[in-house]
Structure formats: C-alpha cells, structure tokens
Design a protein around this ligand. Sequence first.
Ligand SMILES: [Zn+2]
Ligand SMILES: [Zn+2]
Length: 399
Amino acid sequence: MWFDKKLSIDDFKSGDWRFELPETLKGHLFFQNLLKVLGGRIRSYEDIFDDLQRVTPELRDVPQTYRVNVLNSLLALVSSAAIENDGQVSPFLHIRHHLWLRELRRMVGQVAQLPNLRFADDLNDEQLQRHLPIVHCRECNSMGWTGLKRQHDNAVSTDLQSFYLAFFNDDPKVIFIFPEKAEPHEIQASGQFYNICTECLHLTTQLKASECPNCNRPELIRVFVPNTRVQRDNRQIGTHNCPYCGARNGLTILGSRAASLTSVLIAQLYTSTFNDDKKLLAFSDSVQDAAHRAGFFQGRTFRFNFRSALQQFVLNSGDGLSLAEMPGSFSQFWVGRMNQDAFISSFLAPNMTWFGDYETLKQSGRLPEGSTLLADIKRRIEWEIFSEYGISMSHRENP
Ligand SMILES: [Zn+2]
Ligand SMILES: [Zn+2]
C-alpha cells in the first residue's frame, strides 16, 4: 500500500522486511512530512491532519476515519521497522501514542426522540431538567431512561444525587422508562404504558393525548414502565430485573468509571497477540487511590490472563475433553510448557500470595520440603475452570 510492493507470506514470516523498512520509510514523502509536522513534539491527530493536509491533498475532504486509518497504518509500519546493532535488534523509532479517555460518570440522555448521550457535568441546570440517567440490560441490551418517581406522583425527578443513592439501595421509587412502539398485549412483562412529556418529564396514562396535561406542550413519547416493586421482608423494594428478557438484576446504569475502563484497556493490551513486550505502569493522583487501583488491576489481570491461558489450552488440546477432565489436563499442559516455578507464579491467584510456601519460594527460589502449594494451586484452578464455564457465564461482573 505504501511502497507499491508485494510481500509473500513466507517473506513476511522471515521478518527481513522489518530491517528494510527504515530506509524505505526515510525515502517516503508522507513519512518525511509527518516528522516535520510533529517537530519532535506530542501533537493531537487533529493538529497533525490540519498541517498535513496542506502538503498532502489526498487528506483533504475525506472522511475522518479514512485519515485516521491512513495515519495509523503508517504508524504501524514505523512500529514494525527494526534496526540491528552488533547483533542486537532494536526498534527503528520509539512510538509514543497517547489515548485520552474521559471517565464515563454521571452519564445522562435527553428525554427526546433522539436521546443524545451527554455528561451531566457539561449541562446547565435548565438542560438537566430534560435529561435522565440511562439504563441498559447486560443480557439483551434493551435501553431506556431511569429516574425517581413517587408512587402517586406523575413527575419524574432529575436529581442525580438522590437517584444514585436510591438505585444502589433498591429503592422502589426508582422507575425504568423504555421508549416503546409495541402494543400493550405484545409486552409480556407487567407494567404500564404512558406518554412522557419531553419538556416537564410528567407521565400521563392518556395514550391518545396530543399535548402534555401538565405543561400543554405537544412533544410526547410513548413509553413502557415495568412494574419493579416487590415485597420483601415487610418492605417494598425496587428490583432491577429486565422486563424484556427477564435477566435478574440485568438493568445497570450506563457508565464506566476510570478503574473499569483502565482494566478493560489493560486486558486488551495483555491478551493481544501483537503485544510482544508486555509492560505496564499505572499512575494515579492520590496514593490511597493508587494502592486501591493496583489491587484492582492485579485481580483483573489474573482473571484475564487466566482466561487467555484457558482459551489457548482449549484451542490447542481441548478437543474431546469433558469438563471434569479439563483442570488436570490444563495444569499438565502449562506445567509442561513453563516449568513448575513459573507455573506457580503465573497461576497463583492474587488472594493466595500470603501462603507461607509462596513466600519461601520467592525468597529462596525453591519450595519447602513437603510443600502443598502446587496441589493447592491446582485445586484453585479446578474451581476457576468450573466457575468460568459455570456460574461466571451467567453472572458476569461489570465489565
Ligand atoms: Zn434484558
Ligand atoms: Zn409537560
């Protein structure tokens, strides 16, 4: 694509092309221009495109995804380029890529035909009056608004602080509001159809109404509000079960905090087959927070690494094995591939690091006489495998 040159699969596998790349890249105009535009600084894609399109007409008037793909593909080539010095292979250039993500907290959607997703913190008081938190089902992806409503009141409150508190306390005042075109008899779950006013967020049972009985505005949306109140131990609580697929506790608030977002990122990086140099540094602006997150990432990393090890084993030699046979074969497979000590340090769950034998192994490099650590880890693996294919399948933790 860049050099008008075909590479056979065998040539690709030999890897020689990686050492030819630095010279060919240096001769390529786009690469030269990119270096000029960067000028040794860290710049955003937007700024790079602004400057690049002055000298590269092909980047003008094209969709943004196209431009991003062009730049990414060149950067991928630069990342693959290698040089050899005294038998030492090192990268031609070090590429530093920043990805800035905003924490998805206090996410709300406008109560409108097109419910744009917004950060509540970006909205003024007046706009907030027409936005509600978004809820979605983890199992079937049904989506709707959610808010607080007293049983005999028609108004849905937009106060986020009391909403979050109520939601996590299973407060029966929490209601779920799904835009719904279906007829009442087509919905199996019990609940009530309303028209919701996009201006004052009042609900009315008059489905034929042409304007809101409360504020007289004409923009109404037909919605279904499932009945989520149940009696438990002499008090009413609100359940979060999905009215469409029945998933227990399936309805969750849309959003993702930094710790979850980062752990998903880490998992992607660590399970990628393109990552042949796995290293991770995590920074945080508070010590307390950092310690908490380190534990969180460690726990997640163990889980994700375990899953990818399990998947590799299944693809490689899982054919015809029963679930009961898997744990034994899994351990045999990995001990054979990595030796016993590496096996122990790779598959020791984070909450087993306090085991005395593990301390000894870390300090002296060998296990004490008569140690049961290996057997303990294998028992834990047995549990983890059954759990992965059993309870964890239907009860996923938040991503
Ligand atoms: Zn569902
Ligand atoms: Zn109204």
